[in-house]
Each structure stands twice: as C-alpha cells, then as structure tokens.
Design a protein around this ligand. Structure first.
Ligand SMILES: [Zn+2]
Length: 248
C-alpha cells in the first residue's frame, strides 16, 4: 500500500531535515502553461508534435525542421510565463540553507527565474547551442533571434547545423554523476511533478538513503516502500499548505 502524506506531515519532515534535494519534472510547470509533454494537454498532443521525432537525434540530423518548429513555439510560450508557487517554495528553502540542490528534467528556465541557484539540468536546456560542424557556440539570445527569422538556423561560418544543448533521446543526460551524489547525500528527497518514467533520471529515487516524498498529480513509477510517502495532489496547493504549516 502507498503511504499518503499530508502537507502538515511534509512540513514536519522538512523542519527535521538539513539537506533536502528536490527532483522535478514537467508537472511542476504545467500550472503556468508550460506543456507537460506527456500529459493530456501536452504540446505534443495539442499542437501535434511527435516527441519521438522532435527529440530524436537521428531524425534531427535528417530533418531539423520539426525540432525548430517546436522550439519556436516553446520559446514563445516560455517567454510569457512566471514560476509557480512550488518553484518559489523551493527557491525559498534554498535561500534558507535547507534545500541543497534541485535536479530537474525541465528545460523551461523556471527554477532559475524563481531564484534557485544550485540546479542540475539533466536534460540540458536552451542556454547554449553549438554548431555540429565547427563547434562554434551560441548563447540563448543569438539562438532566439535566429529562430525567429529562420526556419532552421545554420552556422554563419561553416554552414553547419546548429543544435541547442537540449538532451535528445539517444544522447547522454547531463550531470547524472552529480545528481546521484546529491541524492545519496540527501536526508530528504522531494520528487515533484515527475511521473518517473524517463530513465536514467527515474532511477534516482531508488538510490536515496533517506525518506522520499513524491508529490505528483497522477500515477508515478515508484514502488511503495517503508520510507516512501506519496501525495497525488496539485503541487501548488500542496506546497502553499506546506508553506503555511512551516510558518505556524
Ligand atoms: Zn560552424
């Protein structure tokens, strides 16, 4: 049987902990309109992007246009959104010295915008891009301005294809060693808004030697266990209640 946890109990465990690590997935951002790629309102569904094609490295090398169509849409959405209550909750715990690190599967910048500093972005992001031929690096602003005016951006020097440092299917995730070390050192692990279906990140909670609190709307691919606590609830409502309990 899954053991359910209340916001009050979560707050008590947070108060007792000294080195909290949070693992976050797309579900932390859906409240502000960032598409949960796998959820029922995912961008792939609503705008007919096929993740198997958009983020497949071989498909990208063969035809990068679907990825850049997605990128153009994604960047226009990302620009108009703000961090959620849960992003801000995590940033506050970090500034208090309670939360040590955020390991995120997301590429939407919202942890950074909320003020989190120690972030391991295992699926990379759009911060940097590089030419696959000569290695020339572009920053985010360069990529954005080129994507706005060109269907597919190419290197000005060598005409090579530009690829953002987003991790595609078939590519190694980033910072996995650091993420494993953080999880092993943690005395409380929060798993937030991830269905834990994408590996190897989904294997992280099983490496924890501490209690694991899973908050996600919907099913999660983690077996029940003596040190595992689950809340199938809206993240922002849950952590607003946790925040209130911490103050009381
Ligand atoms: Zn080049």
């Amino acid at each position: 049987m899954q053991r359910t946890i209340s916001p009050q109990e979560c707050a008590e465990m947070l108060m007792a902990a000294e080195r909290v690590v949070a693992l976050t997935g797309a579900g932390i951002s859906t409240a502000v309109g960032v598409p949960d790629f796998r959820g029922p309102n995912g961008l792939y569904v609503t705008r007919r992007y096929d993740p198997e094609t958009v983020f497949d490295i071989d498909a990208f090398l063969h035809d990068p246009k679907p990825f850049y169509d997605f990128t153009r849409d994604f960047l226009s959405v990302v620009d108009s959104i703000e961090p959620t209550a849960t992003h801000r909750f995590l940033a506050r715990r970090e500034s208090e010295g309670k939360l040590h690190c955020v390991v995120t599967q997301n590429i939407d910048f919202l942890h950074q915008r909320a003020g989190s500093e120690n972030i391991i972005s295992v699926h990379g992001g759009y911060w940097t891009s590089r030419c696959l031929q000569c290695g020339q690096e572009w920053n985010f602003e360069t990529l954005r301005s080129r994507v706005e005016t060109e269907s597919v951006p190419f290197c000005k020097d060598c005409k090579g294809l530009i690829k953002p440092d987003v991790v595609f299917f078939g590519e190694a995730v980033r910072g996995m060693d650091r993420a494993v070390a953080e999880v092993e050192e943690a005395d409380l692990l929060l798993v937030l808004g991830s269905s834990l279906t994408v590996y190897p990140v989904a294997s992280l909670p099983a490496m924890a030697r501490c209690p694991v609190i899973v908050v996600n709307k919907g099913p999660v691919g983690l077996m029940p266990g003596p040190n595992r606590f689950f809340a199938d609830e809206d993240l922002d409502e849950f952590f607003e209640a946790v925040g209130a309990a911490l103050k009381s």
